[in-house]
Design a protein. Structure first.
Length: 193
């Protein structure tokens, strides 16, 4: 395709890299700074407070592991959606993005059960500094899951019409970032006892 005939969002910004991809990498880089700062501060506090290991015993490792499985599976459907676009099947891509959104809904449902159980047992953000970090990091992550789901719904709608199919890759990359964050949070908050 000639660069002159491409729509502005698809025109390369740096060499052959499309602007949308560059913009997304900037967003992800800024998010890495946010989550990286939180994780660094958490690790500093954790190293000075051995009693945090006892607090981690009150998290549900099976539910955290289930959510890890759900997110990784939903990433697979995002990859398959990108592959479907590459094979010229945007309607299949749209269906696979909806499947990814379903995975996000399951993740949030499981997280809601966890929160309800923990709060019901008296483990609130103000009951201990560990729980403040736990709710901040998992809540911020959940907000990113919601943002990813909304973006996927918008992109799936366009893909179903055969419009802006290049965006399927972009929402998939964002979703993989959300997965990577959870892969760090799960062992830090659930397994590191």
């Amino acid at each position: 395709m000639n660069h002159a005939t491409m729509i502005p969002a698809e025109r390369p910004a740096f060499g052959d890299i499309p602007r949308g991809r560059i913009a997304l990498w900037w967003v992800i880089a800024s998010e890495v700074v946010i989550f990286g700062g939180l994780v660094a501060v958490y690790l500093l506090y954790r190293s000075r407070h051995p009693d945090w290991a006892e607090m981690a015993h009150h998290t549900s490792t099976p539910l955290g592991a289930l959510n890890t499985f759900v997110l990784l599976t939903s990433s697979l459907s995002a990859v398959l959606a990108h592959e479907a676009v590459g094979r010229g099947d945007p309607r299949r891509a749209a269906r696979l993005l909806l499947l990814t959104v379903l995975g996000g809904l399951v993740f949030l449902g499981v997280k809601s059960v966890e929160y309800a159980t923990e709060i019901g047992n008296g483990y609130t953000p103000v009951s201990h500094l560990y729980w403040s970090f736990y709710y901040t990091m998992t809540g911020l992550h959940a907000a990113h899951v919601v943002a990813g789901m909304v973006a996927m719904l918008v992109v799936a709608r366009g893909a179903a019409r055969g419009e802006h199919t290049h965006r399927v890759e972009l929402v998939g990359l964002y979703w993989h970032f959300v997965d990577v964050v959870w892969i760090f949070l799960f062992p830090l908050l659930y397994l590191a006892r």
